[in-house]
Design a protein around this ligand. Sequence first.
Ligand SMILES: [Fe+2]
Ligand SMILES: [Fe+2]
Length: 193
Amino acid sequence: MEKTIIKKLSGMVNGFRLQHSLAVRDIAVEMARCFGADGQKANLAALLHDCARDFSPARLLSKARAAGINVTEVDEMLPELLHAPVGALLVQEEFGITDPEIIQAVSCHTVGAVKMTVLDKIIFIADLIEPSRKGDLDKVRQLAYTDLEEALLAAFDFTLQFIIKTGSVIDCRTVQARNEVLRQKTPFLKRKF
Ligand SMILES: [Fe+2]
Ligand SMILES: [Fe+2]
């Protein structure tokens, strides 16, 4: 099954993307082992997370609108963000995958979400730290196999700092997802504001 999926994927994405997807897969499977997640689901979600990444902005927008995906103002400014929810559609339509956990992990891998499962977190982090990624990712890489919540927080921090540095727009779901990680941390719950 995996060979068939990789073959099909290689017809949908460029060579760089395929290598990235394979590298994310290796990390995600290892992280799944560390955090007790389903390795097969991690494998498939990681392999397919960027299956729509090489679609043109116009194609992403039209596909998203046709499928009734909520297209935000930020999506309109940065249509490539839609490769996540559109990818989640393709996972079902092109690859025949019906597992809701895999579909959700693909769908929220770019901006995150308030309610993220262990698998969602693994895919988000693995995508960010695969070896070809540049930038100060040491902290995320150090935490990725030992502390999922702290790794996720460091991943959101990196992402938001990168967005600001490059002068891009922030999707509010990333801020909400980061707030949720902080809310779940015990010291925050005990704090009196
Ligand atoms: Fe992506
Ligand atoms: Fe990716």
